[in-house]
Design a protein around this ligand. Structure first.
Ligand code: 5AD
Length: 499
């Protein structure tokens, strides 16, 4: 790990993007933007930024991609941008000038889907203005709701699932030819890892590399295995190629993505081995990954993290519930005690590591006592921050099939707000403990609030704001030590220290 100058208690921060979902669903820290910028680098991909290249222009070939959801979706949009770019498509600067508008979607919670339906009816105006415009839905919601989409939004021309992106140029061409029926391709493919393709990345300092697709865990609440198919690891050589490519393009930080990223396996290579390969990539200063699955967190992985400065001091470790009964019904494969043991082992080896988590409240059968156990566990672990969600029943999941969604909306709401309140307090307390310490920050750019200030992230992923120094220039991707002088509940504030 890249060690802090002064180790010690962790601080809190909130208002982060969730690594694997977009939804606001009541979380105090979840995303509020319709189009979800990246967690890794808020300045690298803002709002409706297009992920398409913009060389040359062919009639009918200007594409605008809107992305909803997790970092994996953002990475997939870049992948689509790369695929389309090699077939002669170019980036449209906005919807008005696009011949093809694609919405890359998420299906993790109902609310995310409803927002997309709202967005689709809004986008219909572009088809009214120019009927030849192709409107397409891609990603997880396309996979899950193919029929609903074509029924509720019959004007949609194209429905493309997460394993069909290679065929996107052909599918767009087909949809430009047919009059009425939408072109649908939602075939899942257990071998597709999009090897050999080059995503069209938005220039920046932080990028993603998808190292694993699909999921085999089948947590009973979760739709992902059904919409993204079986788990498969991207070949280590391919991951290495993409990481080198990132570094050559000036990126300094990579976030490795996978639904249960540390379950990664490709032939004999496990996740710790993969990290070992990547720490030697010249120019990549920081390596992050998300999201690990607790029971696949091996001592070898903990050691690997502790050994290498390049691997950042931050872990997003989804807990989901503090009740053993609920965990069992969720099929999470660990007890609260085992989770605590794991946190203990990680903290013992990497004392200054920051941690965040995911919690679902109101899972079927969650009693007051179960809920209280979640509160107790949050208090015991004292995560730096947490993404908190109300259970949202997803058709097709085991929970939807076997368990009644029996916790009332009002109870879910109360539990969520009181958990948010408690976590905010914990985050606030933990956060204040950072004052007086020095953190190493990778500069992102100008602070959004005040152009006199710069902002960046600490090794342990805390947004840090500090005055722009008069006597030297700091550019995105530069590293600077910042002495923390104050803190809000979302941000460390400090002074740069030059030695
Ligand atoms: N309802 C609510 N939250 C969910 N998540 C996944 N599925 C659901 C659901 N059906 C949350 C989990 C997961 C995060 C990505 O989204 O906490 O870790």
């Amino acid at each position: 790990m890249r060690r802090m100058e002064s180790a010690g208690l962790l601080s809190c921060f909130v208002a982060q993007r969730h690594p694997l979902t977009p939804s606001k669903s009541g979380s105090h820290i979840a995303m509020t933007t319709t189009i979800d910028p990246t967690q890794a680098d808020p300045n690298a991909h803002n709002g409706e930024e297009n992920t398409m290249p913009s060389f040359g222009q062919r009639p009918g070939h200007r594409v605008f991609i809107e992305t909803y959801g997790c970092q994996m979706n953002l990475a997939d949009s870049e992948l689509m941008g790369g695929i389309l770019g090699t077939s002669g498509y170019t980036a449209a600067p906005n919807h008005d000038e696009a011949d093809v508008i694609l919405i890359n979607t998420c299906a993790v919670r109902e609310r995310a889907e409803e927002r997309v339906f709202g967005r689709l009816s809004h986008l219909l105006r572009y088809k009214h203005a120019r009927p030849e415009v192709i409107l397409g839905v891609t990603g997880c919601m396309a996979e899950r709701l193919r029929e609903d989409i074509t029924e509720r939004a019959p004007y949609v021309d194209l429905v493309v699932g997460p394993d069909a992106y290679r065929r996107l140029p052909k599918l767009i061409a087909e949809s430009q030819e047919v009059e009425n029926d939408p072109v649908v391709d939602v075939k899942l493919d257990r071998d597709e890892t999009y090897e050999g393709l080059s995503p069209k990345r938005t220039p920046g300092i932080s990028g993603w590399v998808t190292v694993q697709r699909g999921c085999d865990k089948f947590c009973t609440f979760c739709i992902v295995p059904f919409v993204r198919g079986r788990e498969r690891g991207v070949a280590p050589d391919e991951v290495l190629r993409q990481c080198r490519d990132l570094a050559e393009r000036g990126y300094r930080e990579v976030t490795l993505l996978g639904q249960t990223v540390n379950s990664y396996r490709h032939e004999d290579t496990d996740f710790a081995d993969l990290l070992e390969l990547l720490v030697d990539v010249d120019g990549l200063e920081r390596i992050r990954f998300t999201s690990p699955y607790p029971t696949d967190f091996t001592p070898k992985l903990i050691e690997t993290m502790a050994t290498h400065d390049e691997i950042c001091n931050y872990l997003h470790l989804p807990l989901q519930s503090g009740s053993d009964d609920v965990l069992e019904r969720m099929k999470r494969r660990y007890t609260s005690g085992e989770f605590l043991d794991l946190v203990g082992q990680i903290r013992e080896t990497i004392p200054d590591i920051a941690m965040s988590t995911d919690i679902i409240v109101g899972f079927p059968g969650e009693s007051d006592e179960d809920y209280q156990q979640t509160v107790d566990l949050l208090e015991e672990v004292r995560f730096d921050f947490a993404y908190l969600f109300k259970y949202s029943e997803r058709d097709g999941t085991n929970a939807a099939r076997q368990l009644e969604d029996d916790v009332g909306e009002d109870v879910k709401g109360e539990r969520l707000s009181s958990l948010i309140e408690r976590q905010e307090e914990i985050s606030g307390e933990v956060f204040k403990n950072r004052v007086g310490q020095t953190v190493q920050v990778m500069v992102i750019g100008e602070s959004k609030r005040d152009a006199q200030d710069l902002c960046g992230r600490s090794d342990d992923f805390k947004m840090t704001v500090f005055p722009r120094p008069d006597d030297r220039e700091l550019n995105p991707g530069d590293f600077v030590d910042v002495r923390v002088t104050d803190a809000t509940s979302h941000t460390l504030l400090g002074e740069p220290v030059f030695r």
